[in-house]
Design a binder for this molecule. Structure first.
Ligand SMILES: Cc1ncc(COP(=O)(O)O)c(C=O)c1O
Length: 291
């Protein structure tokens, strides 16, 4: 597989970074993951806006790849040369503050950021989706800037591992008694026909899938209340689902071994998934039709 590193295309196995890269030493960087269908990126601009926000907040100078035309050119070459122009794929982009002797404060102005990108085949987890997935709850021990998509993912890694060790797909993270989000997806619930989800702010990542799903819900006149539900509310959820670039809309039918609603994917979740999937396919197809 091909990788992009600092302006060069090379086999992924040959793409190496110096040990003093601040991403390696401090986790000092941001990343993005796009979904792609038939070589076309989904929601290019929204992901770029989130990337620009993270770079600004961390005061890392935005490199060229944060521009739409450059990103699309890199994506095209990676998809083409990795045989990913047909079917489903993901594009991963990471930007770190660059290479410098280890000291906490920023390196000298002009230190070049490290820019890495790779494309991967993606197989949507449709088997699990049709049955529904299970989740556990786990304490949300992350910092207070979860709105920045940093590469510092250790609490997310620990939460996901705890889930995997209990045979679950995801961990619903709990802070001060409320469900914030999952380890790698936003979490939405349905109580009495109303979609509930943690509001935007510093405690969750502003998920692109979450945003699209909420727009779809509005278009379908499904009521949405952007208010967190508590850990205790989990027992009275009629439906629960994840929203994320690799989850799409994923029903959660058990939490801590207790069924949610009927214990099967609920009607609102299934409807939102079907609408989301149609929108994903249509918007990627429209992107390939445009010049
Ligand atoms: C912590 C967290 N929340 C939510 C999401 C979902 O965001 P998106 O829909 O933009 O993929 C992700 C995606 O990686 C994530 O890591």
């Amino acid at each position: 597989m091909l990788a992009y590193l600092n302006g060069q295309y090379l086999p992924r196995s040959s793409a190496t970074i110096p040990v003093e890269d601040r991403g390696f030493i401090f986790g000092d960087g941001v990343y993005e993951v796009w979904r792609a269908v038939n070589g076309r990126l989904f929601e290019t601009d929204r992901h770029l806006a989130r990337l620009a926000f993270g770079l600004r907040e961390l005061r890392i100078a935005a490199p060229d790849i944060a521009r739409r035309d450059i990103l699309e050119a890199v994506a095209d070459r990676l998809f083409t040369e990795s045989g990913l122009l047909d079917g489903e794929a993901t594009l991963y982009v990471e930007i770190t503050r660059g290479v410098a002797p280890r000291t906490h404060q920023f390196p000298p102005v002009g230190t070049a950021p490290t820019i890495f990108a790779m494309a991967n085949r993606f197989n949507p987890p449709n088997d699990v989706r049709s049955r529904g997935a299970s989740a556990i709850t786990a304490p949300d021990i992350r910092w207070l800037r979860c709105d920045i998509k940093t590469i510092q993912l250790l609490p997310n890694v620990m939460a996901k591992q705890a889930a995997a060790e209990r045979g679950a797909m995801e961990a619903l993270m709990i802070r001060d008694g409320v469900v914030t989000e999952g380890s790698h997806a936003n979490v939405l619930g349905v109580i009495d026909g109303v979609i509930r989800t943690h509001p935007l702010g510093n405690l969750i990542l502003p998920g692109i899938t979450r945003a699209v799903v909420l727009e779809i819900a509005h278009a379908l006149s499904i009521p949405v209340h952007e208010a967190a539900f508590t850990e205790r509310d989990i027992a009275r959820l009629n439906e629960c689902f994840l929203a994320g670039t690799t989850a799409d809309v994923m029903p959660i039918v058990r939490v801590n071994d207790q069924p949610i609603g009927s214990g099967a994917p609920g009607p609102i979740t299934v409807r939102l998934f079907n609408e989301f999937r149609a929108y994903l396919d249509a918007s990627c197809a429209a992107a390939s039709a445009s010049p």
